[in-house]
Ligand binder design. Structure first.
Ligand SMILES: [Zn+2]
Length: 288
């Protein structure tokens, strides 16, 4: 009994001391610390943000033309739900600039009063560009910077860009990487679907006969009504509705990038001993 009582007392005592310590900590945290000094701290504490100031953490993960972007917005009053998205990008710096652009875009949407917006990034390259210290030469950087400048003017608050070390941005960094991976998986799934589509087409093409007249190839419509379709492989083309109807209203560049073979083109490829997957590699494996 006695031992139990002593133990209880100690547990009670230690919990209360801990509580006391937390309280103490909080009062220390309430001291206002400027966001510029924040990099000294492991985490940006919402209690440290002054009224009217918006803190925006943004980061991008880049690989194989895909940028995963994560944006975290905090104000004096609240922390918003993180925003994750993915976009096509031309490189890691471009991805970071896009992250800044979309961060500003999110800020623009918020109607609450803003006196100062602080954009936190861990990319020195992106920072040098947005601060105007570097002059971009690549068109996609120039274009993105122009978009950033335009949106800066639309936000009626002073905008500051602050470099933070990767540790502070860790949360958005992780989310950005996740967003990129998710997009990559989506793309992979779409590629697999296209492969299956072409495989199906190839199966259907087995019953199609190819006729060769003076170096031009023809197939007969499966309706057996005597309709002939001229079909070619270089470049891939066919007179059938499947190849033409669906794409009638799509502009030529989009058509060239996305159109998958019809069963007649598949049949011709088999007839000539060519690999249809090689011929349509770009269309099957496209990322957009
Ligand atoms: Zn066809």
């Amino acid at each position: 009994m006695m031992i139990r009582k002593i133990a209880k007392f100690f547990i009670f005592y230690s919990i209360n001391t801990k509580r006391h310590m937390i309280k103490k900590n909080k009062s220390w945290r309430k001291k206002r610390i400027k966001a510029d000094e924040m990099s000294k701290f492991k985490n940006i504490d919402i209690n440290l943000i002054e009224k009217g100031i918006w803190i925006v953490q943004c980061d991008a993960g880049y690989k194989d033309s895909i940028a995963g972007i994560s944006i975290l917005i905090k104000t004096y009053e609240k922390e918003y739900e993180p925003i994750d998205l993915s976009r096509k990008a031309n490189g890691p710096v471009h991805a970071e600039l896009l992250a800044i652009y979309y961060a500003l875009n999110e800020i623009k949407k918020k109607k609450t009063e803003k006196t100062k917006v602080r954009i936190l990034t861990d990319s020195r390259y992106a920072l040098n560009f947005v601060r105007g210290l570097w002059t971009p030469s690549r068109k996609y950087i120039v274009d993105t910077l122009e978009k950033i400048k335009k949106i800066e003017k639309e936000i009626s608050a002073k905008i500051e860009y602050i470099h933070v070390n990767a540790k502070i941005n860790r949360r958005v960094d992780r989310r950005a990487k996740k967003a990129r991976k998710k997009k990559e998986e989506e793309i992979q799934k779409r590629i697999e679907k296209r492969v299956m589509q072409v495989e199906e087409c190839l199966r259907k093409s087995e019953s199609i006969k190819i006729e060769e007249i003076n170096g031009t190839f023809y197939t007969h419509s499966s309706k057996n009504d005597g309709t002939k379709y001229r079909v070619s492989l270089k470049p891939p083309s066919c007179e059938c509705p499947a190849w033409n109807e669906k794409w009638k209203h799509v502009p030529e560049p989009g058509r060239r990038a996305r159109r998958l073979p019809c069963k007649h083109i598949c049949a011709l490829a088999s007839y000539l001993g060519e690999d249809i997957f090689k011929i349509f590699k770009k269309q099957i494996e496209r990322k957009t």
